[in-house]
Design a protein around this ligand. Structure first.
Ligand code: MG
Length: 342
């Protein structure tokens, strides 16, 4: 039997990169699969906003892999970094900078957990919205709701959870969100280093889109998919270092918040395109024009959980990243700002 590897990479589309993939078939079964089993490969960068047509080859270098539960036994999902033909890091490759930064920042033992919100669409309307230009009942009952009149797309969500767990993706939870058709999954968590959490988030996004194909439902990471009195979609990012998790960590967390405040604009630049439409100061957000942190405050830029206040150590939640942010970039600015590595 053949081994099938789906090579997955982040493209050069601006302002929000897309995830791409193509299939490599190994005629013979690969035994004892490791990262080295998957060779570098090439693709047409002129079709992914990563090269000009006259010089269009880009290089895919495998950096992580998991089993592919969609195809089953003998199949793998292979996360790749993109390089230029001369071997240099391609400008669209944001993982490389985080990988480099982790050579220094890694000794602080950072952990990351993303809360990835997204919105299902069926055709041009959010799943659960009635016909064109009409709206469902106002927000209220949908968050963590149950019942065919409250939540939409659960069959896709359940299937997505199943394949993520079968792939060994670091998934810690899912919930229905505030707007109909909007959901969240949590990726990363205690022990998840920034590179692993980010790789797994991209793989989980790919699996979400792939599973959606089977149901004729697409998922968007648009930070404000429906204008008006409807919640946007974010990617709250929970972050800690060993010092934050240790006795006396609360002071380290406060200092980290102060440092993040001094890099407000640099952070926002990395937190996703179109985020201003979401960070209005309404709908559980703090305006992008301000920076505030606070205990248990969901109207702040950074929330310090109540439990952290009680125990004197733990983590912080940066509530600003948009659903469409690149996790590699989010991790990079968090580490740079809070560890004084700018
Ligand atoms: Mg949420």
């Amino acid at each position: 039997m053949a081994t099938i590897a789906e090579y997955i990479w982040v493209d050069g589309t601006a302002p929000t990169a897309l995830v791409r993939s193509k299939t490599k078939i190994f005629p013979k079964d690969i035994e004892d699969v490791s990262l080295d089993s998957f060779p570098t490969w090439a693709f047409d960068g002129s079709s992914t906003a990563q090269a000009e047509g006259a010089d269009s080859d880009c290089i895919l270098k495998p950096v992580n892999y998991v089993p592919d539960p969609v195809r089953g036994a003998g199949a793998y999902l292979v996360m790749c970094e993109v390089f230029s033909p001369d071997g240099s890091v391609h400008p669209s490759n944001k993982r490389a900078a985080l990988r480099k930064l982790m050579e220094t920042a890694g000794k602080e033992e950072p952990w990351i957990a993303f809360e990835q919100e997204y919105t299902f669409f069926e055709g041009s309307k959010p799943l659960g919205f009635p016909a064109e230009r009409r709206y469902p009942a106002p927000q209220g009952p949908y968050y963590c709701g149950v019942g065919a009149d409250e939540v939409y797309g659960r069959e896709v969500v359940e299937e997505h959870m199943r394949v993520c767990l079968a792939a060994g993706i670091f998934l810690t939870g899912i919930n229905a969100e505030v707007m109909p058709g909007q959901w969240e999954f949590q990726c990363g968590g205690p022990g998840a280093d920034p590179l692993t959490a980010s790789d797994h988030l991209w793989l989980a996004r790919w699996l979400l889109y792939r599973v959606g194909e089977d149901y004729g439902i697409s998922a968007t990471l648009d930070p404000k998919p429906v204008p008006g009195d409807w919640n946007g979609a974010g990617m709250h990012t929970n972050y800690s270092t060993k010092a934050m998790r240790s006795d006396g960590g609360k002071a380290v967390i406060i200092e980290a918040c102060e440092r993040l405040g001094r890099k407000r604009e640099e952070c926002l630049a990395a937190y996703g395109a179109g985020n201003e439409a979401r960070l209005t100061g309404a709908h559980e957000t703090c305006s992008y024009k301000e920076f505030r942190y606070g205990i248990a405050d969901r109207t702040a830029s950074i929330r310090i959980p109540r439990l952290v206040e009680a125990e004197g150590r733990g983590y912080l939640e940066d509530r600003r990243p948009a659903a469409n942010a690149d996790p590699y970039e989010v991790c990079e600015v968090l580490l740079r700002a809070t560890l004084d590595l700018w």
